[in-house]
Design a protein around this ligand. Structure first.
Ligand SMILES: Nc1ncnc2c1ncn2[C@@H]1O[C@H](COP(=O)(O)OP(=O)(O)OP(=O)(O)O)[C@@H](O)[C@H]1O
Length: 287
């Protein structure tokens, strides 16, 4: 699809802080995202995910630290930083009374694109996100999944190198969610760097090259999903000790089974997942 190349550190955050009166929403966050990477920011409600995206996309100012997108300081060079980015916000903010193509057209004009270029791009993107037949439908007539896909198409219209997705599948049912995941993977394969927030474990596990666990405004772990899970083991046994559920981790299935069989109560043998890793880091579940 032809995207601007902007080097290795597509996103860089250094000691980023944000206070809302007495609430410390971000307590000094640092991270880097490389070109072409799909980076997930996983944490419970109120962890500071949206605040981070709002700073990176120029919607709010940090109280301290720096944030760069495409090598541009988002506070000092907001226009240059924004040129290379697309945003899909958490809540639907399409024009409900306008058609699918009108929504896209307006976005293109706001980004200074020419009419012919916008027309070509709308054609390309409606095909890309599977909304070709809905071109002239009013947005208010679309399903939740279609609105999500339209918001993604809109965010890609001006050919950004970086795409920010804030909880891209929140509220969608599981089958529709998978369809959006497939689209997100396709966008990454086409060379777009993706920064995504989620509180769905499977979403981060399935999509992310690397994931940061965020809790109470701080990053508590940052690595590939595989490494985060392998730090615990490959297999987990859940069993009850009195009324408390206890989980033990093992590197091989045989020792897990041996341990379980010595316990006479029921047990569940399963694969370690990212929820286990999050729980081990924070002492709490993501959702
Ligand atoms: N405009 C605001 N004014 C005051 N406090 C805010 C504001 N925006 C966010 N906060 C607070 O900052 C903290 C982080 O919020 P943020 O929305 O970034 O979390 P989140 O991880 O995105 O959660 P969610 O999934 O619920 O959006 C929360 O305690 C929230 O209540």
């Amino acid at each position: 699809m032809g995207h601007a190349h902007i080097g290795w550190r597509v996103i860089e955050i250094v000691d980023l802080k944000k206070n809302y009166r007495k609430v410390q929403a971000l307590k000094g966050i640092s991270l880097r995202v490389g070109s072409g990477e799909l980076f997930a920011y996983l944490g419970p409600n109120g962890a500071g995910k949206t605040t981070t995206i709002r700073i990176l996309t120029g919607l709010t100012r940090p109280s301290g630290g720096q944030a760069y997108v495409g090598g541009h300081d988002v506070g000092k060079e907001p226009i240059k930083a924004k040129r290379h980015q697309g945003l899909v916000p958490q809540h639907v903010n399409l024009d409900a009374e306008l058609t699918v193509e009108e929504n896209l057209f307006i976005h293109g004009r706001l980004h200074g694109m020419g009419r012919v270029d916008i027309g070509r791009r709308i054609e390309e993107l409606l095909d890309y996100v599977g909304l070709k037949e809905k071109r002239t439908s009013l947005v208010k007539r679309l399903s939740g999944g279609m609105k999500r896909r339209l918001m993604i198409a809109r965010a890609l219209l001006h050919r950004p190198a970086v795409l920010f997705l804030d909880e891209p599948t929140v509220g969608l049912d599981p089958a529709i969610r998978r369809r959006v995941w497939t689209l997100i993977k396709k966008i990454q394969r086409d060379g777009v760097t993706i920064f995504l927030t989620t509180h769905y474990i499977e979403e981060a596990e399935f999509l992310a090259d690397r994931v940061a666990f965020i809790d109470e405004g701080a990053i508590v772990a940052l690595d590939t999903p595989r490494h985060l899970m392998d730090a615990l083991g490959q297999w987990a046994i859940d069993c009850y000790r009195g009324n408390e559920m206890e989980t033990r981790y093992f590197t091989d299935r045989e020792s897990a089974r041996r341990y379980a069989e010595e316990r006479m109560n029921g047990y569940t043998l399963r694969r370690v997942n990212l929820e286990d890793a999050f729980l081990a880091c924070t002492g709490k579940k993501v959702s």
